[in-house]
Design a protein around this ligand. Sequence first.
Ligand SMILES: *Cc1c(COP(=O)(O)O)cnc(C)c1O
Length: 394
Amino acid sequence: MEYYFDNAATTAVRPEVAEAMVQYFTKSYGNPSSIYKIAQKNKTAVERARGQVAEAINANANEIYFTAGGSEADNWAIKGVAESYGDKGKHIITSCIEHHAVLHTCEYLETKGYEVTYLPVDEYGLVSLDDVKKAVRDDTILITVMFANNEIGTIEPIAEIGAFAREKGILFHTDAVQAVGHVPIDVKAMNIDMLSMSGHKFYGPKGVGALYMRKGIKITPLIHGGAQERSRRAGTENVPGIIGMGLAAELAVKELDKEMPRLTALRDKLINSILEKVPYSRLNGHPTKRLPGNANISFEYIEGESILLLLDYKGICASSGSACTSGSLDPSHVLLAIGLPHEKAHGSVRLTMGHFTTEEQVDYVIQELPPIIERLRMMSPLYEEILRKNKKGE
Ligand SMILES: *Cc1c(COP(=O)(O)O)cnc(C)c1O
């Protein structure tokens, strides 16, 4: 039995989505750029998917450009604005808790003569509008702040930042890869100029995403070549992927009213039970301004990586706040940014729930996780010291 608690890393494709995609691999495989009927049918199907994706964020279909995922959309938005608006100014504002697709793109631009302000966040991971206001300069061309954080689940004040950016005439991009299909998004009401999303984070396929670009915004292409995507993103369309992403977006948004309260209840049950059962544990991220399916908890005196190994032994898939598995010994930049000292950041576990998560699965984690923490702490010299001190009443 598998208990999948890593929906922030990727999600399973919904069966109805997979089924809708199959015919575009095997039967309806024509290139949408070809002129015969069977290919033109695919062009129509791609346009239908564009409409589904647009509707999910209250955009117009002609403001959606399909990409090969969230990373490409982030790269395109930021590098595109930098290049197209670089003669107006070379200053970009972002936050220090962005996904690496944004952070590393900004760091790259710093080597090309751009200046980047990395806004701090508070203990919950929230960016403050005041800090955005203070950071703005005459040469600021872009504000890019994520909609919701992929590690700690904190939802940022996007509508407030959007209203301010619009008033100032500065372009506003948001990496909404964790938010689309999980919380309501309205690019018009929130004054969002550009938005990145990715199919595999809302039960669609991997390797397909989209950049929403408000009508009138013109940025240089990232991928040059053919005339696909109205000459702004070259490459033969990933027809099955686009069809799958469109349907997944429509289904996710249609079910938001049902899924948000269900997942919020599961999330809070998981968080509260673990915090109650395990001493020296704390929740990371905001208690309420957070993604419905995200729980991120630090356990003092032990390593996140060892917790993951023992969870895996019990069939539970989760992820940790330290990046050891990704080849670096540094704890996550997000956990450090909210003020966690290194040792607490190292003992963090992220459990992310989704469409296929059941209450029975949550109960299983609530049952299995506390003894794992206990067992690891019994092997920790640090914890032994704490117990000894507590006994002496120090
Ligand atoms: C997953 C993710 C990305 C990258 O998307 P891909 O489609 O995997 O390239 C970017 N930003 C955030 C916040 C993510 O969670």
